[in-house]
Design a protein. Structure first.
Length: 373
C-alpha cells in the first residue's frame, strides 16, 4: 500500500515538474498574457502545491478569520480550521508561515496514507478488492489535491477511518474521527448519517445500546468547534453559510446545476469560467449513480452518505469544484471497487480513463487554470 501511494505521488510530482518547466503559466487576474518563465527549481516544492485556496488555510492558521470590517474580496469563513491549525501549530516551531507549505504537505500526505489504508480495509469489508479500490482513488481526476496544501488529505483520512471503524461497530473511535472530519470541511458533519444507520442496525441486539448513542453525535461536536471559533473571531457562528453568496453560491435545487452543465455549449467552455461543465457533470452523475448502487446493495449508510456528499455542493447552485469535492467521496470509490474490481478489462479501462483525466486536470492546475481549483 505504501508503495502504491508513493508511486502515485511520485508520478504526479514528475508530471507537475515537467508541466511547470515545459508549459507557460496561464494569465491570472494580475496578468493579461501567458507567462513563459517557469518557476525556479528551488521554489517548486512549495509553489506547485500551494496555489489558489492554499493561502486561505495558511492565513486562517496564523491570523485567524477575516474580521467583518476588514474583508477584502470574499471572506474566508467557510475554510474550516482543523487543517489550518494542524499546519500552523508545528509550522510556528519551524519558522512560521514560511514553513507552513512544507508542514501542510506532510499533514496532507499523512492523511492520504492513513485514509488509503482505511479505504483498503473498508472495501474488503464490503466485498470489494481493497488495492483496486485504492487505485481508483489515486487515479481519480483531482486526487492530487489529497497531497497538496489543501484540506482534502486530512478530510479524506478522517472520513475513511471513521467509515472503517463504523463497519467494525467501534462507535466512539468512529465518532472521534468523524468529529475531526467535521472540523476540517463542511460536509464532515454528514458522517452522522452512517453513524446513525449503523447504530440503529445494532441497537436491538446490544444489551445497552444507549451508551453508544452520544458517539453518533460527535460529528456535531466538530461542527460546534467551528461555529464557536467563528463566533469568537467574527461574531457569526454561521459565517460559513453566510459567506456563500460572496463565493457565487446560493441555495438551489440540486438538479439545476446538472441541467445547466449538460446544456452548456462547447463554445462557452473557458479556463476563465472556473469550472469544466463536461467533467464536473460527469463526476456528479457518477457520484449519484454509485450512491444509488450502494443503496440497492443495502449498504444504506455508505449509500446515503455518498448521496449527501454529492447533493450538498449541487444544492449550492454551481458545479464549481465538483470534481475536487468528489475526490473525497469515499462511498463512491467503494462502489467503483465493487462494480469494476473483478473483470480485468473493466478495471484496466476505468483506471486508464481516470489516470488520463487526472493528468489533464493536473496540467491545468499547475499552469494556473482556475477551472479545477
Amino acid at each position: 500500500m505504501l508503495a502504491l501511494v508513493g508511486a502515485s505521488r511520485l508520478a504526479i510530482e514528475l508530471v507537475a515538474i515537467l508541466t511547470n518547466r515545459l508549459l507557460p503559466r496561464f494569465p491570472d487576474f494580475g496578468r493579461d498574457s501567458w507567462d513563459l518563465r517557469p518557476e525556479p527549481v528551488s521554489e517548486l516544492i512549495t509553489s506547485l502545491w500551494t496555489r489558489f485556496d492554499s493561502g486561505f488555510y495558511i492565513s486562517v492558521g496564523f491570523n485567524g478569520y477575516m474580521k467583518p470590517d476588514a474583508i477584502i474580496g470574499a471572506p474566508d469563513w467557510h475554510f474550516f480550521p482543523a487543517y489550518a491549525w494542524a499546519m500552523a501549530l508545528p509550522a510556528r516551531l519551524l519558522g512560521g508561515p514560511a514553513a507552513a507549505p512544507y508542514v501542510g504537505l506532510m499533514v496532507s500526505l499523512a492523511g492520504l496514507l492513513i485514509g488509503a489504508l482505511a479505504l483498503r480495509e473498508l472495501a474488503r469489508d464490503q466485498g470489494a478488492p481493497g488495492i483496486t479500490t485504492v487505485a481508483f482513488l489515486l487515479a481519480f481526476p483531482t486526487s492530487f489535491f489529497l497531497s497538496a496544501v489543501y484540506s482534502e488529505g486530512l478530510f479524506f483520512g478522517s472520513e475513511a477511518v471513521s467509515l472503517f471503524l463504523i463497519g467494525r461497530r467501534r462507535f466512539w473511535w468512529a465518532g472521534a474521527a468523524a468529529a475531526v472530519a467535521a472540523a476540517t470541511r463542511p460536509p464532515g458533519f454528514l458522517l452522522v448519517i452512517p453513524l446513525g444507520v449503523a447504530w440503529l442496525a445494532v441497537a436491538r441486539s446490544r444489551p445497552h445500546p444507549w451508551s453508544a448513542l452520544p458517539a453518533v453525535l460527535l460529528p456535531l461536536l466538530g461542527l460546534g468547534v467551528v461555529m464557536l471559533t467563528l463566533y469568537l473571531q467574527v461574531g457569526d457562528p454561521l459565517g460559513f453559510i453566510h459567506d456563500q453568496y460572496a463565493w457565487n453560491r446560493q441555495a438551489m435545487l440540486p438538479w439545476a446545476p446538472l441541467l445547466d452543465g449538460m446544456a452548456t455549449p462547447a463554445s462557452d467552455i473557458s479556463p476563465w469560467s472556473w469550472y469544466l461543465p463536461p467533467l464536473d457533470t460527469a463526476v456528479a452523475l457518477l457520484a449519484l449513480g454509485t450512491s444509488g448502487y450502494l443503496v440497492w446493495q443495502r449498504r444504506f449508510g455508505l449509500g446515503l452518505l455518498g448521496l449527501a456528499l454529492a447533493l450538498l455542493p449541487l444544492s449550492s447552485g454551481s458545479l464549481l469544484s465538483m470534481t475536487r469535492y468528489m475526490a473525497v467521496n469515499v462511498p463512491m470509490f467503494v462502489a467503483l471497487g465493487m462494480l469494476a474490481g473483478r473483470p480485468e478489462w473493466l478495471r484496466t479501462s476505468v483506471l486508464v480513463s481516470l489516470a488520463i483525466l487526472e493528468g489533464f486536470a493536473l496540467t491545468l492546475f499547475i499552469v494556473g487554470v482556475h477551472s479545477v481549483a
